[in-house]
Write a protein that binds this ligand. Structure first.
Ligand SMILES: Cc1cc2nc3c(=O)[nH]c(=O)nc-3n(C[C@H](O)[C@H](O)[C@H](O)COP(=O)(O)O)c2cc1C
Length: 190
C-alpha cells in the first residue's frame, strides 16, 4: 500500500491549516487503499535554506536536511495543504520544497488550498514547482473559501460538497501514486 503524507504548508501561530489537515486525515480513514499521515513542517523546524550545495546535487550536509529527506523519502505521494500568502504559497512550504530534491522525484501530489480566492493562485505556483521537482500533480483539487468554509475566517466548517471533492482528488492521487512507484523502479532520479 502506498504512503501519503499530508503536508501542512503553514507554520504560523494560530494557523488554520492544521484543522484542514486534520479534516483530510479524518476523511482518509474511510479509505483502505493507502496509508496517510500528517507531516507538520513546524515540527521539522527547518531554518531558511542553509545547504551550501543545491539539493539536486544530492549532498546534504545538515542534520535537519537529512531528517527531512528521510521523512519525504519514505512517502510515495503528498497532499499539500496550503494557504495563499500574497498570491503565492507560504515561504515555509517553498523552503521545505527547496531543501531536498531526489526524495520528491517521480512521486505524485494533490492539493487542498484555502484563502479568499480559495488559495487557487498559490496552487498554480506550486504546480510550476512540481514540474521542476518531477512530481506528477493531479488535476482534481479541493478549494476552500475563507468566507464560506471558515467561521470568522478561523474556525473550519467545510461545506458538505468538499467531501466529494476530496474523495475525487484522493482517488486520482492514489492511482497516480501507485503508478509513479513503477516509474521510480525504471527511472533513476536526476
Ligand atoms: C502574509 C500573509 C499574506 C496573505 N495573503 C493572502 C492572499 O494573497 N490571498 C488570500 O486569499 N489570503 C491571504 N492571506 C490570508 C490567509 O488566507 C489567512 O490568513 C489564512 O488563515 C492563512 O492560513 P494559515 O492560518 O493556515 O496560516 C494572507 C495571510 C498572511 C499571513
Amino acid at each position: 500500500m502506498i504512503k501519503i503524507g499530508i503536508i501542512i504548508g503553514s507554520t504560523r501561530p494560530g494557523r488554520i491549516g492544521e484543522a484542514v489537515a486534520d479534516w483530510v486525515l479524518a476523511h482518509s480513514k474511510k479509505r483502505s487503499d493507502a496509508q496517510f499521515e500528517i507531516i507538520d513542517l513546524k515540527k521539522f523546524n527547518l531554518p531558511l535554506l542553509d545547504e551550501p550545495v543545491p539539493a539536486s546535487m544530492g549532498h546534504y550536509s545538515q542534520p535537519h536536511t537529512k531528517s527531512w529527506a528521510q521523512k519525504v523519502a519514505a512517502l510515495d505521494a503528498f497532499v499539500f495543504v496550503t494557504p495563499e500568502y500574497n498570491h503565492a504559497p507560504p515561504a515555509a512550504l517553498k523552503n521545505a520544497l527547496d531543501f531536498i530534491y531526489a526524495e520528491w522525484n517521480n512521486k505524485a501530489a494533490g492539493f487542498v488550498s484555502y484563502g479568499s480566492a480559495y488559495g487557487a493562485r498559490a496552487v498554480e505556483q506550486l504546480r510550476l514547482i512540481m514540474g521542476e521537482l518531477q512530481v506528477a500533480d493531479v488535476r482534481a483539487q479541493v478549494l476552500l473559501s475563507l468566507y464560506t468554509d471558515f467561521e470568522n475566517y478561523s474556525i473550519f466548517k467545510p461545506k458538505p460538497n468538499h467531501e466529494a471533492e476530496l474523495t475525487a482528488m484522493l482517488d486520482q492521487l492514489v492511482a497516480w501514486g501507485e503508478a509513479m512507484k513503477s516509474v521510480r523502479s525504471k527511472v533513476a532520479p536526476r
